[in-house]
Ligand binder design. Sequence first.
Ligand SMILES: [Zn+2]
Length: 437
Amino acid sequence: MAIEPEPGLDHWQIKARDIALTVQRLGQHPAVQLDTLGKSYQGRPIQALQLGVGERRVLMWTQMHGDEPTATAAVLDLLAHLLAPEQAARWAGLQNKITLRVIPMLNPDGAEIFQRQNAQGIDINRDARALQTPEGRLLMAEAKRFRPHVGFNLHDQDRRYAVDGNGKPATISVLAPAYDPAKSVNDSRRAAMQLIAHLKQTMPAPMQQYVGRYDDTYSARAFGDNLAALGISTILIESGGYPNDPNRQVARALNAQMLLEALDAIAHQTYRDVNPESYWAIPENREQSVFDLLLTQLTVKGHPSYQIDMGIQQALYSDGDARIADVGDLSPYAGYQSLQLDGAEYDAGRPFALTDSLVLDDVAYARLLREGYSHFVGDAGLLSNNSQWPVLTLPQPLADNQLPRRRMPAWFLVRKNSRVLGAVLNGQWVALQETSS
Ligand SMILES: [Zn+2]
């Protein structure tokens, strides 16, 4: 049975108040113990939910980075699923074998303002040794008191990570962190590797292509590495992007499924037979390898003319400007959206001078684009944009003799045989050829 998502947690920012009711409801279940571990720097409670009475102890913590909420939703989905009446038989089989402890939001102050660091501006995941953050101290104290056999360190990663070799976005990345600079493998790290390999092997086959493995360079200040050094089989799971999934609901569902599978595997110790080499067989992930929009074989008219691929990136976490991220031979990279342009030409486009009030709907805007206008110049107050696409209004026209390059705003036209084939408007591709003007 699929794990149902808890309602109200399908947005991209999750704050303490968004989960409060769910945590309280789960905490009232007779099988659950709800503990307040302490307070964040700004005084928000940091809570843990515990269930089961078994000997194998499992600790999960999420949103150590305030702007990484995907697994927060996933662990609550998991707990609600485990406690659902339909799952009573499954839970009966687990509760005497495992004790599960979940900290659903370690950094509520960061979550409040959607920032990575805590209210002190400190990255909690670089505070495992210094322990100058209350949140870091709470996590370390929990790890030492509860002494989990397995710890799940749950994060989000940049959506531009790709899986090496197949160009798919890394919707899930995994790591069994090293506990020393030599990256040694002892039994507890080997167990983490085996469990990760087991979790990948039990995912739906098509989704296994979206799993990448992090580089295991030792990170002396990070929690994963330090908890691994305490003998905890530590597993990092990073949620990432998936096509047409800005709020990471695919990664959320995969997290919940993987964590449920992990509980079964830990309870029954099934993963200890897995060949640890299958951990190393998971392809590594690669940074900055998926563009939001990838245009290939675009001709730039110049002296002389030349052909490029162009990668375009939306602003990462906000509504900021889309920019050209790279140009050149981008064949190693992929795009959430890719367009083969087959030699069509880049055209920065002309400015449309605003002298009178202008109301734009889709038809009127498309007509201007087909006529070669890519942006507006003059008093932005004269323009009412009722179309579905963004507009760019500038005090001065864009320089028309510039070659497209990194960091430039992603606003231009694409021509084929002198007709405008489409436009890139703040990084969004608008096809213009299907309907004639
Ligand atoms: Zn993180």
